[in-house]
Design a binder for this molecule. Sequence first.
Ligand code: ADP
Ligand code: MG
Length: 262
Amino acid sequence: MSQTPELIVKDLHVAVEGKEILKGLSLEVRKGEIHALMGPNGSGKSTFANTLMGHPKYEVTSGEILFKGESILEMEVDERSRAGLFMAFQYPVAIPGLSMANFLRSALNARLAPVATDGTGKVPTKKGIAPKEFRELLRQKMDEKFASRYLNDGFSGGEKKRAEILQMALLKPEIAIMDETDSGLDIDALRIVSEGVNAIAGPDIGVLVITHYQRILNYIKPDKVHVMMDGRITLSGGPELALELEKKGYNWVGEGKEVAAQ
Ligand code: ADP
Ligand code: MG
C-alpha cells in the first residue's frame, strides 16, 4: 500500500447554481483500497463524484482536491481522465452511430496520450494503440457482438453498467469512482457488474463505490465505509457500518432534526 493517499479531499465546499451542496467534505483514498460512500438521496454523492471529475457546473468554492499530490481543481475533465481518474456514470448516455469498439479505442488512445505541455490541454494527435492490437485486447474483454453495438444504444440497465466496467478495465485508472452503478440492476446484473469490479480491483487502483443501498457491498467488499449527510461525511467505519445502516437506516446517523422528521 502506498504511503501518501492518491486522492486527498480536504474540506471541500461545492456550489451548484449558487447553492452550496457540499459543505466541508474530507476523504482520503489510497491505491489498493475500496471505499464505499453511502448516503440518502440528495445528500450530495453525485455532486461529489461530478466535482471530482471536473464537471463545469460544480463550482468549488473552497477546499482542495489533490490527486497524486497535486491539485486538480484547475484541470479539465479529459486531463483528469488522462491523469488516471475515472468515473462510471449513474446514467450512461447512448450514442447511436458510435460503436462500442470505436468509442473504447478513442477513449484508450486519449488516455494513453500524454497531457499536452503547451498549456492548451489538447490531446496530441499522435498515434495510440494499433487497430490490430486493440482488437486483440478487446477480444479478451468482450464478445465481438457487444463490441460492434452502438454505445449504450438499446442496452439494458445491466449492459450499460457492463459497458462502464469494460471502459474502466481498458483505461486502467488509478482512482475509479462508481456513482450508483448498482441502481436499477437485478441480482444477476449486480453480480456480473460486481465481479467485473472485483476483477479490476487490486493494489494498483483505489475504488470509490458510491451507493444508496448496502446490497452491492455483499459482492464488493469495502475496506472503509463512509456515510454522507447533507454535504459532509458524518461517520466513517469498517464494512460493519454498512450492515448497521442496512438495519437501522440513515436517520440513525443523522442529526436530531432528521430523526424527528420521521
Ligand atoms: P445524491 O447523489 O446523494 O442523491 P446529488 O448530488 O445528486 O445527491 O444532489 C444533491 C443536491 O444537489 C440536490 O438538492 C440536487 O437537487 C442538487 N443538485 C445536484 N446536481 C445539480 C445540478 N446539476 N443542478 C441543480 N441542482 C443540482
Ligand atoms: Mg446520485
